[in-house]
Write a protein that binds this ligand. Structure first.
Ligand SMILES: Nc1ncnc2c1ncn2[C@@H]1O[C@H](COP(=O)(O)OP(=O)(O)OP(=O)(O)O)[C@@H](O)[C@H]1O
Length: 264
């Protein structure tokens, strides 16, 4: 299997009373080239799971393996795109994409590679501009080009379009799908949006919370492009929504119960 979680668990804090278990017993097998989204209520551990694949957080239990190799730290084979693009404002668009490439490649090679990926995200005409001169959507495209230019085996995306307006998000969905079709990178995509997950993914994994765990794993077998009013798309959205609503209601009820205890 390409990317494999085996009985993976995560705890924060020391093994004392302030220890907090985010999730445990997570088992997921992901095939190469798949576009997989992770949905779940706030705090269930979606970003933590992604950070563990990135190697930014360690695993407390079990393993995560990429092509059979256990993940033990960050590596360019796993590229990350965050909600905030975190670009260098003192560098141009091209220089931002070139920056991580310069360690291993000549300047000329890095430049050619940066231009190639900037073209892929439709930004070649802005490559000499500074990133602070760009809109939020354009900045996120630079971040995607920068991650792709490293030629990762897996692209990890943590709510990459969460801060963008609806129209820009729609355009970037189209672009991301066309990039995915061209590069066939395996994508692990965290989102809060059911519509986004159903529109983009081969597979949608739904996490529950308290304790964090996988509660459903769906293959979305609707041909792309997926129109919003396609009855199969609407059917999937409704199905996932009902599942998530139950989970969110459970969290709200627990929070209200806890509050009423602390008031008494
Ligand atoms: N470094 C940390 N130290 C302690 N607890 C943490 C740390 N990072 C995350 N957590 C806790 O782990 C839980 C999961 O957080 P995480 O950000 O992964 O959730 P999420 O599902 O991505 O949430 P959201 O959808 O709101 O972004 C939360 O309760 C959070 O407070």
């Amino acid at each position: 299997m390409f990317l494999e979680f085996e009985d993976t668990g995560k705890r924060f804090g020391e093994a004392t009373e302030n220890e907090f278990e985010v999730f445990k017993g997570v088992n997921i097998s992901i095939e190469n080239n798949q576009f997989v989204s992770i949905l779940g209520p706030s705090g269930c551990g979606k970003s933590t799971l992604l950070s563990m694949v990135a190697g930014l957080e360690d695993t407390s239990e079990g393993t995560i393996k990429l092509e059979g190799q256990e993940i033990t730290g960050p590596d360019p084979e796993r590229g990350m795109v965050f909600q905030q693009p975190s670009l260098f404002p003192w560098l141009t668009v091209r220089e931002n994409v070139m920056f991580p490439l310069k360690k291993k490649r000549s300047k000329k090679e890095a430049e050619a590679r940066a231009e190639h990926f900037l073209k892929m995200v439709h930004l070649s005409s802005s490559s000499s501009r500074y990133t602070y001169e760009l809109s939020g959507g354009m900045q996120q495209r630079v971040a995607i080009a920068r991650a792709l230019a490293m030629d990762p085996k897996v692209l990890l995306m943590d709510e990459p379009f969460g801060a963008l307006d609806e129209q820009t998000r729609h355009i970037l969905h189209r672009e991301l799908l066309s990039i995915w079709e061209e590069t066939r990178k395996t994508i692990l995509f965290v989102t809060h949006s059911i519509q986004e997950a159903i529109k983009l993914s081969d597979r949608v994994i739904v996490m529950g919370t308290r304790p964090g765990r996988i509660i459903a794993d769906f293959s979305i077998d609707v041909p792309r492009p997926r129109a919003r009013d396609d009855e199969n798309v609407i059917g999937w959205e409704k199905h996932v929504m009902e599942l998530l609503e139950k989970e969110i209601d459970k969290v709200l009820k627990e929070e209200l119960d806890n509050e009423s205890v602390s008031y008494n």
